[in-house]
Unconditional design. Sequence first.
Length: 97
Amino acid sequence: MRRSFDGLALLVRTIIRQNPVSGSLFVFRNQRGNCLKLLYWDGDGYAIWYKRLEKGTFPIPVDLPENSYLAHPQLAMLLEGMEYRQMKRKKRFSLSG
């Protein structure tokens, strides 16, 4: 978790093969699982959000492949310590059917 703006942006470009200024939010977790860094482009520069837990870990599901995409609700649950894979989504109205 020593990398900062340019180091994380380089990881996004080379490992994840995404554009770090695309508007996406990129989540990095340390090996112990108690720290997260979020990197995103804020329109005129990079921004980093960092959180370290005093107890516990962030629950990343074992079956989640690397370089996966999380929807906003999944990210919110991850940050709150909830296992989002165990949650069931209720049906909602959709124009597509």
